[in-house]
Design a protein around this ligand. Structure first.
Ligand SMILES: [Fe+2]
Ligand SMILES: [Fe+2]
Length: 131
């Protein structure tokens, strides 16, 4: 799953973040398909954790600025993903690479849905504000 223009949420910085994150998820999926390397998996998960945290924070500030009414629900979804990433990171640190296979599809689906449904909702709201 690579970033496509229909994923655009109307904020170029967030589109860039999404592209980086989706590329990391793709690499994560490839790891789960073809023989795992623990160091690579750890690196991907660290990157994913860092990018997600920075990205979520920036989105939350933006949603507050535009007075997005569903900010709290959206924030809760972000926190759930950060908890998942912390869990995966913990399992990797224990050397349990089976966590990658178990979570790869979940991460892929979560990010796909999150961008196309949840992030798109603040885009629509921001657009309607301008009219
Ligand atoms: Fe996002
Ligand atoms: Fe989001």
């Amino acid at each position: 799953m690579n970033w496509k223009s229909e994923y655009s949420v109307g904020v170029p910085k967030f589109d860039d973040d999404h592209e980086i994150i989706l590329n990391l998820i793709d690499t994560y999926l490839m790891q789960s398909d073809s023989g795992l390397d623990l160091n690579t998996v750890r690196f991907i998960i660290d990157q994913l954790g860092d990018y997600s945290q920075t990205h979520f924070k920036a989105e939350e500030i933006y949603m507050a600025e535009i007075n997005y009414p569903r900010l709290e629900d959206h924030r809760r979804l972000h926190h759930e993903m950060l908890d998942q990433l912390t869990y995966i990171r913990g399992q990797c640190e224990k050397g349990d690479v089976s966590v990658v296979e178990v979570t790869a599809k979940f991460l892929h689906d979560w990010w796909n849905n999150h961008i196309l449904l949840e992030d798109m909702a603040y885009k629509r709201f921001a657009g309607s504000e301008l009219e």
